[in-house]
Design a protein. Sequence first.
Length: 190
Amino acid sequence: MSVIIDLIGAAIIASMLILMMITFQYSMHEAADRALYTMNMVDHMDLCATKFNHVIALAGVGYTPSTAVLHATQDSLVFRSYWNYMVDSLSITPVTLSIKLASQPNPYGTAVELRQDGVELPDLSPLFWINQLKFRYYNKNDALTTDKTQVRAAEVRLSFFRNPPRAGGRPITTKLQFKCFFMNAYMRGA
């Protein structure tokens, strides 16, 4: 009888060890998935920052610094330039570029709308998973300003949101803040 009790005890202990190993393996798999998602999110944030900086640096090409910005609010930026973003070259006709967050979200977050003369730019592939977009503007002395004629740089604040890799997990939320300078304004003496 004691041999049967020993065998039952050994089976219970073995099943507990196997259960612990399965739970540990599941936790490690979930942590690895989350780490990969986070790594992809960081790469995505870098692409978004590069895209924003590239577009905002075009502000005022061919214009005097005080006439480059048409609209500068907390949620959108509209500026003029002689650089045609669609063909990526200097143009003889001026263009108007605008940046704002779309009014309707999609499965990949709320999209950022980059438009040139009212036409949405086709290469928006890195601008998704965005939850919030805010601008703050600075003058040539690096002081905050709300006067569009004094704007020489824009601080961009982005909030990214991505659903978890597994159902029931916490969503991945990150924030990014960076400053883009209107290079043309600085080259012309601000």
